[in-house]
Ligand binder design. Sequence first.
Ligand code: IMP
Ligand code: MG
Length: 172
Amino acid sequence: MPELIEVLSKEDIAKSVTDVATAISEDYQDANLALVGALKGAFIFMADLAREISVPLQLGFIGVSSYGTSSESSGEVRVTKDLDLDVTGMDVLVVEDIVDTGVTLGFIMEYLKDRGARSVKVCALLDKKERRAQEVSVDYSCHVIPEGFLVGYGLDYAEQYRNLPGIYHLKM
Ligand code: IMP
Ligand code: MG
């Protein structure tokens, strides 16, 4: 059986989400903010973050997946659910569960610029530095994690564990 070791409690996450939302609310006071969540991993983070942001905003989701196995990204990303919001002229904040190699994020940022976004920045729940292959700037992150495979609070392993309230290191 895989072993789950708690890395962040529900309370740890709630505090960092509030702090990041406060920073975003200050920085986007005179903007046309659109949050674009990357499915499926970002759905819980998106719901909590959006409710803590105090400036007006619009919401959209995009589904992307990278080819290859779950542990090894091939570097090829494709859209599995198209963006359901017109972001022309909007100040877009991409909401990601975790940035690992950076390939997924790099793709989404280019996609949003092509769709006419005025600005594109990034808010990630977790910034995992270990395997970064593509240079991407993570403008807001709740937690920096050095390494390991994490599940819970939206993050999955083979579609399991997304519903856990905390974040856990999965040891196989
Ligand atoms: P990247 O393109 O390598 O940055 O991969 C980002 C995507 O891979 C994330 O949005 C997750 O869906 C998935 N991923 C990367 N690391 C983990 C992890 O530790 N746990 C769960 N999913 C992960
Ligand atoms: Mg995933």
